[in-house]
Design a protein around this ligand. Structure first.
Ligand code: GDP
Ligand code: MG
Length: 443
């Protein structure tokens, strides 16, 4: 895979004094192979390799960078540019209803994405009135699927049935949305297992009838080279305004992100990162690049850490630990607060590279957040003296604390046990490790 290949490439360059035609030849060959293996289309691979070569040869890199770091930077930069530099937002600036048309093959994730997108928009602005409609008249289950999603995210659903014509359904929904002052109408469509003319004609007709402001091409990132062919066909049939790359949570090779963007020239607006309703993220090329390069989602992680970290508190804690002083409940509370500022434990975990990032998917949503709020309530009911000296918390104090936090003594015991565990964990962190983390956070 791409990640492994690149790490081999960089291993080979390591130890060389500077980048030259000779020593990057092998590295470039590996990059080329890696991209081909990741199912990036050939012309795009060629372009990319040439770009990297030009940059690498001309480049004078700072003393602080080793050749492999410099090469890594160049590849990373080129990847980001290829994928379209900045995140491109949904365009909803239309006379209401702003109509969004979903296009793509069957199983790409269109219907699921309509649900996710509704949630995404509602999370940003609760007042937005959203209407969903399904023009997938080939499978009754598809219409039902969208109806259930609408209920789940609490947006309205415009009923349709298999006896109707897709264009008529879309027009009727748009008419209804206009009359009832909806801000947004999302039109879900049918897909086929392969590109076929009838399907293309149908979606072209829907497009012509409703004139959507966004025509989003939904494509499965796991498709690899086929993603390219599909993208090309849809791009020729419809004036696409953006792409949504789904199933990026699987072991998609990332190649699809590279080539779909290049083939269509249209921005990737979102990526699907799970089956759940919140499994949608705005597309950030720099993040995908680092994912492709095997750095996990380190950039996002660092951003989150930077946002949340209170430098003074962290420094103080590091010093305390360095001096071997005990980590107390005040520190525990401060940690919870920082974790929350960073977007929560699950969020941080999900962005860790490799295995660690996978773990987050097994935790039911909101579990950690709830647990943290609970712990915080208990700590809030303690006196400053108790927080600084948890050892003095005996039976009568526990009773008082439990009453104050509206919970039971058992829960207080459980929380104190958790605290002890994290106290032990914190002891394992040396001051040095903490400082390293701080440096990373500052970039
Ligand atoms: P449609 O035929 O294009 O409407 O595709 P669906 O929305 O019905 O999705 C097909 C399958 O892909 C369903 O099982 C979805 O749960 C799944 N799916 C969609 N998006 C994602 C994603 O981002 N990640 C994962 N893991 N599964 C997805
Ligand atoms: Mg569907």
């Amino acid at each position: 895979n791409l990640t492994k290949r690149f790490s081999k490439v960089f291993k080979d360059i390591r130890g060389q004094s500077k980048l030259s035609e000779d020593n990057i030849k092998e590295a470039l060959r590996e990059v080329r192979l890696a991209l081909l293996e990741a199912d990036v289309a050939l012309p795009i691979v060629k372009d990319f390799v040439n770009q990297v070569k030009e940059r690498a040869l001309g480049k004078e890199f700072a003393d602080t960078l080793t050749p492999d770091q410099a090469f890594f930077g160049i590849v990373n930069e080129a990847l980001i540019e290829l994928m379209g530099k900045e995140n491109s937002q949904l365009n909803l600036a239309a006379t209401p209803p702003a109509t969004i048309l979903m296009a793509g093959l069957q199983g790409a994730g269109k219907t699921t994405t309509v649900g996710k997108l509704s949630k995404f928009i509602k999370d940003q602005d609760k007042k937005k009135k959203i209407l969903l409609v399904s023009a997938d008249v080939y499978r009754p289950a598809a219409i039902e699927q969208l109806k259930l999603l609408a209920e789940q995210v609490q947006v309205d659903f415009f009923p349709s049935d298999v006896s109707q014509k897709p264009v008529e359904i879309a027009l009727a929904a748009q008419d209804y949305a206009k009359k009832h002052f909806y801000d947004i109408l999302m039109v879900d469509t049918a897909g086929r297992l392969a590109i076929d003319e009838e399907m293309m004609n149908e979606i072209k007709a829907i497009h012509a009838a409703i004139k959507p402001i966004e025509t989003l091409f939904v494509v499965d990132a796991m498709l690899g080279q086929d993603a390219v062919n599909t993208a090309q066909a849809f791009n020729e049939a419809l004036p696409l305004t953006g792409v949504i790359l789904t199933k990026m949570d699987g072991d998609a090779r990332g190649g699809a992100a590279l080539s779909v963007r290049q083939i269509t020239g249209k921005p990737i607006k979102f990526i699907g990162v799970g089956e759940k309703i919140n499994g949608l993220e705005p597309f950030h090329p720099e993040r995908i690049a680092s994912r492709i390069l095997g750095m996990g989602d380190v950039m996002t992680l660092i951003e989150d850490v930077q946002k949340g970290i209170d430098e003074e508190i962290a420094k103080e804690m590091a010093q305390k630990l360095h001096r071997g002083k005990d980590f107390d409940l005040n520190d525990f509370k401060a940690q919870i607060q920082q974790m929350r500022n960073m977007g929560g434990f699950e969020n941080l975990l999900s962005k860790m590279p490799g295995e660690l990032g996978q773990i987050s998917k097994q935790i039911p949503e909101g579990t950690a957040e709830k647990a943290m709020a609970h712990v915080e309530a208990i700590i809030n009911s303690m006196t400053p003296k108790e927080r600084a000296n948890p050892d003095i918390i005996k039976a009568s104090r526990k009773k008082r604390i439990a009453a104050g936090a509206g919970t039971t003594v058992q829960e207080v015991n459980k929380m104190l046990k958790q605290f002890e565990q994290s106290q032990q964990m914190m002891k394992m962190f040396s001051g040095k490790n903490m400082q390293k983390l701080m440096r990373m956070a500052k970039g």
